[in-house]
Design a protein around this ligand. Structure first.
Ligand code: 57M
Length: 359
């Protein structure tokens, strides 16, 4: 928005032409969101404390977690507005993709907010029922997917990395796949968010990666050189990804061990859904398995644990799922689990980059 206003002057003040560049606006967007979440962080934490928005901690968890009871939650109320305000300021308001992602952020944030709010109000861990939460997620994801699918010229092919030329057109099946990607990523990030800073750092790494992927996919010459799908207009999502990186860094300042605030479902559900939607728009949905590998790993640990638990009538593969609890119960100090998981997330993102020219 701001960029458009400044852009109007370009005839008289040619130096303002820098605002045309996505790269420049992505950096500004990162810094703006970082500034918002960092500066307003303390204020939001105090406000959440005054509103008694403290976390309820279940008794079944690792004993250390009981000490975290009362930590303010719903820090997503800081992250999501920081992303939206910064994107509105620096992204092209005519770009539909940015609006779709902003809508997904708001609606998934609203589902998470309702869940967090009910947990705090009832002073227990029972927010929305799993079924109603899932149905709402499906509904919002379906809406976003249909909007994308109906966008003139939107490519419904699924591009398989390493298999050049193999890109099956999914037709309406694309909508089903898109719903799976958005809802799956949203829930995987939510499951990962169980230790201080454990989810937000891989989120920062993933959005940093997609900032670059969006730029590459939106640049006709680079996309053709790298033989990745060109998606006109997707470059503008770099600005939004930059905002997510900045907002995440500002939040990490307060969420790092020992956390002063948790992001809550309002943060985790929304951030995961944004990431899934960006991966879909940039046609890098398969790469999300690698870039978001840590989230996949956490989700799979739950699927296998619950499956095995049911089949065997109470036996477990891990000491506790999601897998970060397994390492905690093995006696690793919390910061060790966290930082080691971050290292894995960074390595996975680097692996994703390394595939770019190989495809
Ligand atoms: C929510 N939420 C954290 C915080 C955060 C199916 C089942 C595996 C589901 C799973 C589950 O409910 N996961 C999703 C995970 C909670 O954090 C809040 O929730 C928000 C994210 N949604 O922002 O508001 C707790 O996590 C800790 N935390 C931190 N630092 C942070 O920065 O320390 C969070 C953020 C917080 C705090 O303690 O209270 C959570 O874990 O509840 N369920 C589980 O994860 C449970 N696993 C389980 O039951 N495993 C079973 C199998 C058979 C399913 C098993 O392996 O035996 C664990 N959840 C808890 N305790 N609380 C079990 C132990």
């Amino acid at each position: 928005m701001l960029y458009r206003l400044l852009y109007m002057f370009q005839g008289d003040l040619s130096w303002l032409n820098v605002f045309r560049y996505i790269t420049f606006r992505s950096v500004l967007s990162t810094l703006t969101a970082l500034f918002i979440s960092f500066v307003f962080g303390r204020f939001v934490i105090n406000l959440l404390r005054q509103l008694k928005a403290g976390q309820y901690v279940r008794d079944e968890g690792p004993a250390r977690h009981k000490a975290k009871e009362g930590t303010p939650t719903m820090g997503g109320c800081l992250i999501i507005p920081a992303i939206l305000v910064s994107s509105l300021l620096w992204a092209d308001p005519a770009n539909l993709y940015t609006w779709v992602v902003a809508g997904v952020a708001l609606l998934f944030g609203a589902i998470g907010f309702a869940d967090d709010y009910l947990k705090i109000k009832r002073k227990n861990n029972l927010g929305l029922t799993a079924k109603s939460k899932f149905l709402m997620q499906l509904l919002v994801a379906a809406l976003a997917s249909v909007v994308l699918y109906s966008y003139p010229g939107f490519d419904s092919r699924l591009y398989l990395p390493f298999f050049k030329g193999l890109a099956p057109d999914l037709g309406w099946g694309y909508v089903l796949m898109a719903v799976f990607v958005i809802v799956g990523t949203s829930n995987a990030v939510n499951l990962t968010d169980g230790l201080d800073g454990l989810a937000i750092s891989p989120i920062i790494v993933a959005f940093g990666t997609y900032l670059i992927f969006s730029y590459l996919a939106g640049h006709v010459k680079i996309a053709s050189y790298l033989q990745i799908p060109y998606v006109a207009g997707s470059g503008e999502l770099s600005v939004l990804c930059g905002a997510a990186v900045g907002a995440g860094l500002g939040f990490l300042w307060y969420n790092t061990y020992p956390a002063e605030v948790f992001m809550g479902d309002v943060g985790s559900l929304s951030l995961g859904a944004i990431l899934g939607t960006v991966a879909l728009i940039t046609k890098q949905e398969i790469m999300l398995i690698l870039v978001g590998g840590l989230f996949v790993f956490e989700a799979l640990s739950v699927i296998f644990q619950v499956g095995y638990f049911k089949i065997t009538g109470g036996h477990r593969i891990f000491r506790m799922a999601p897998i970060h609890h397994h390492f905690e119960l093995k006696g690793w100090p919390e910061p060790k689990v966290i930082v080691r998981f971050w290292i894995i997330a960074i390595i996975l993102a680097l692996m994703a980059f390394s595939t770019l020219k190989l495809r």
